[in-house]
Structure formats: structure tokens, C-alpha cells
Design a binder for this molecule. Structure first.
Ligand code: VGL
Ligand code: ZN
Length: 199
């Protein structure tokens, strides 16, 4: 069985949102078209409380894009984004949700960020995605969505580490590119981590 993981196709990561990924909305029609090719479709959703410590606004004097350490883990500070029950946290309105069997929310603990759809950044808690895929007999995982250099990368790397045959649908991803070259470096890291990069 194969599975498509749709990563964080949310309003705040699209142009006009709080943490816009350039061209983020362009992947929505691709994601819609891809779904029919897979046995299982799941989605991840960045889902932060307003007091989340990945938000620069919750660190007086800090600006988005700066890096700090949070509980011993490096943390990029972001604009306030994907706050639970706000429009920015909703899926893009054009996303076809009819085949999404389960949504895995992440980033709910205010003290730790969660880029991967499987675990938080400290691997303290699992979302249940791995067990869900295993229970559905999934061996092959295909990842697309936002953002290539953060949540897509960590989701794909964890999938590969967990033993799923993991593929990146690169055309259906867009990245933040906070620093020039971040997207290419992310793709190189995924390839080195055993992820098969597909155009
Ligand atoms: C993401 C930064 C902060 C992502 C989520 O979905 O890639 N990036 N939160
Ligand atoms: Zn986030």
C-alpha cells in the first residue's frame, strides 16, 4: 500500500498568510490531482497555541528569522502563524479534502516546535502518524506540501528513518528559503537520508 502525506497546506503558508511560502498556493491543484493515485491520503496541520514559543512575538526584543535555543534545541523564530481555530490555520480553501482519511496536528505544545508530521523536534512525543500508516499496511510513502526546507524535510526524513520507502514529490513542494540555497540543501539532505527525489 502507498500513502500520500500532504504537509501543512494551510492559509498561513500561502501568499497573503502570516508565514507565506513563495508559490505555496501553486501546489494545491497538484496535491488535488495527485490524490487519486494513492491508497491512503493523510494530511498534517501546523496547529499552535497563541503562546507558542516558536513565535518571535513571545520573546520580547526578538525578530522573526532569528535563531534561539529552546530547551536545548535550536529554534528559528517565526511570525505568529497557524494559531489554533484561526483562519490562517485552516487548509487552503481549494484543497480537496474528500480523500484525506486523517489529519495529524502538530506544534500544539507551546514549549517545543514540531516540523515533522511524526514527532516533535525533540522526539518527545509522536503524533500517531507512523502507527496509522503501519496499521493501514503502508510501505511506500510520498510527501508533498509546505515547506520544503522545514516541515516537508523533517517529515520525509522521519518517514525514511522509520523504515518507509520514502519519496519526495518535489514539484508539489515549495520552500521558505530563509537563507539562499536552503531548498537545495534540504533536497540534498533528504536524498542523503534515503529519500527518493521525484520531479
Ligand atoms: C513550518 C515553519 C514553522 C512548515 C511550520 O510547515 O514548514 N515552517 N512552522
Ligand atoms: Zn509552525
Amino acid at each position: 500500500m502507498n500513502a500520500l502525506i500532504l504537509v501543512d497546506l494551510q492559509n498561513d503558508f500561502c501568499p497573503g498568510g502570516a508565514l507565506p511560502v513563495p508559490g505555496g498556493d501553486e501546489v494545491v491543484p497538484l496535491a488535488n490531482r495527485l490524490q487519486s493515485r494513492f491508497d491512503v491520503v493523510v494530511a498534517t496541520q501546523d496547529w499552535h497555541p497563541a503562546g507558542h514559543l516558536s513565535f518571535a512575538a513571545n520573546h520580547p526584543g526578538r525578530q522573526p528569522g532569528e535563531s534561539i535555543e529552546l530547551d536545548g534545541i535550536p529554534q528559528v523564530l517565526w511570525p505568529v502563524h497557524c494559531v489554533q481555530d484561526t483562519p490562517g490555520a485552516e487548509f487552503h480553501p481549494a484543497l480537496d479534502r474528500s480523500r484525506i482519511e486523517r489529519v495529524f496536528q502538530k506544534g500544539t505544545d507551546p514549549r517545543i516546535d514540531s516540523y515533522s508530521g511524526f514527532f516533535d523536534n525533540g522526539r518527545r512525543r509522536a503524533t500517531g502518524l507512523a502507527e496509522f500508516l503501519t496499521a493501514h499496511g503502508v510501505a511506500d510513502v510520498f510527501v508533498c506540501g509546505l515547506a520544503t526546507d522545514y516541515c516537508v524535510k523533517f517529515t520525509a526524513l522521519d518517514a525514511a528513518r522509520l523504515g518507509f520507502k520514502t519519496h519526495l514529490l518535489a514539484e508539489a513542494c515549495r520552500g521558505v528559503e530563509l537563507h539562499p540555497g536552503d531548498i537545495q540543501r534540504a533536497i540534498d539532505e533528504m536524498r542523503a537520508g534515503g529519500v527518493v527525489i521525484l520531479a
